[in-house]
Design a protein around this ligand. Structure first.
Ligand SMILES: [Ca+2]
Length: 124
């Protein structure tokens, strides 16, 4: 497969689960194209409906999906994952544009842990 340019705009998230005892989750979104290609947004303090509007550029060479993870930053202890979901890239590869809300899930737990709005653009 030829190389292409994938732009991912992380627009916002909503209804994120609250993992913090004091205040609310401090979420950031991590985009994982493969084990060598990942990028993340800034951290929004104590916000379960964060607005990011941040753009990320990736070079693709045949990856079939993009993993979207939402993490809670912790100043004491390790960051915790709020949830994740995978976006198949066939739509953006075919149409060049994909505007999507995804529901994130946690391991061993079928409930929603929030929703993330992303816009994907692709050009060869
Ligand atoms: Ca936190």
């Amino acid at each position: 497969m030829t190389k292409g340019s994938l732009k991912v705009i992380v627009v916002e998230a909503k209804k994120l689960s609250d993992l913090d005892l004091i205040g609310k989750s401090d979420p950031y979104v991590k985009l994982v194209l493969d084990e060598n290609k990942s990028q993340q947004t800034t951290i929004k303090k104590s916000d379960l409906s964060p607005k990011y509007n941040e753009e990320f550029d990736f070079t693709t060479d045949g990856q079939k999906e993009l993993k979207v993870e939402v993490w809670d930053r912790n100043t004491i202890g390790s960051d915790e994952i709020i949830g994740s979901e995978v976006i198949p890239l066939n739509t953006v590869y075919t149409k060049g544009y994909h505007d999507v809300w995804i529901k994130i899930k946690a391991k061993n737990d079928k409930r929603n842990h929030g929703e993330v709005h992303l816009i994907l653009e692709y050009a060869v």
